[in-house]
Design a protein around this ligand. Structure first.
Ligand SMILES: Cc1ncc(COP(=O)(O)OP(=O)(O)O)c(N)n1
Ligand SMILES: Cc1ncsc1CCOP(=O)(O)O
Ligand SMILES: [Mg+2]
Length: 227
């Protein structure tokens, strides 16, 4: 991530820069693609991915040194292209790699604790599924939210019930302005209602990682999210 991009003069993250980075939020680990993750990520970034989350999770996921090595490889690609590199769940890995931020869910460490550990210059994203979880995450100092699953997904075994775009819509109607993305089953064909509901971007795994042409897939999301 370009430092000047998201850090304001007082050293805090600039919320509008975070919002801009959320437009095309690509998430991937080694299990999400039949091709090498580095190839897929490079192509996806060429297509317009604006932020990347390393999510090494699920059956067959790498562990130990192999996981760290893949994370380093993907982080280097992100760095070369000015794309923020976010680590899912594994806070120690994020600290070890000096990643740009972390994404955590409701079963992970709360944002308030993570802020203590990571400081003000790192991006902290939190998954939220209810208005209460949204309020708590904001109080705890989250920089952005991941709201979903919007549509059915086969990329997360323990996903919560599908909720459509209603929570996103309601949050915006209530005047909640925190940067947020929709996640879960989002494709080029169904992304528009998520953005129309008030999401700043769409977060996807399979629609890019599983695409025959990740660059073209990312280009379509980038066009839809360009506003
Ligand atoms: C952008 C974004 N939103 C939501 C999630 C889901 O996080 P979580 O609920 O912690 O589930 P896992 O991804 O850890 O299985 C996410 N990863 N990214
Ligand atoms: C990580 C996560 N959190 C809620 S749904 C989901 C999976 C999204 O993957 P896909 O874009 O393939 O549905
Ligand atoms: Mg998690």
């Amino acid at each position: 991530m370009n430092e000047r991009d998201a850090i304001s003069n007082d050293g805090r993250l600039d919320s509008e820069a975070v919002r801009a980075h959320l437009r095309v939020y690509f998430i991937m680990g080694s299990v999400n693609s039949r091709r090498p993750a580095a190839e897929v990520l490079t192509e996806a970034i060429a297509g317009g991915v604006t932020i990347f989350q390393f999510r090494e999770k699920g059956p067959g996921a790498l562990i130990g040194e192999a996981k760290v090595n893949l994370a380093r490889e993907l982080q280097a690609i992100c760095r070369d292209h000015g794309v923020p590199f976010i680590v899912n769940d594994d806070i120690d890995l994020a600290i070890q790699l000096d990643a740009d931020g972390v994404h955590v869910g409701q079963d992970d460490e709360p944002a308030r604790v993570l802020r203590e550990r990571l400081g003000s210059r790192k991006i902290i994203g939190v998954s939220a599924h209810t208005p209460e979880e949204v309020r708590q995450a904001i109080d705890d100092g989250a920089d952005y939210l991941g709201i979903g699953p919007v549509y059915p997904t086969s990329s997360k075994d323990d996903a919560r019930p599908v909720q459509g775009t209603i929570l996103i819509q309601n949050l915006r109607r209530e005047g909640i302005t925190i940067p947020l993305v929709g996640i879960g089953g989002i494709t080029a064909a169904n992304a528009s209602p998520v953005l129309a509901a008030g999401a700043d971007g769409v977060s996807v795994i399979s629609a890019i990682a599983g695409a025959d042409h990740p660059q073209e897939a990312a280009e379509v999301f980038a066009q839809l999210a360009a506003r």
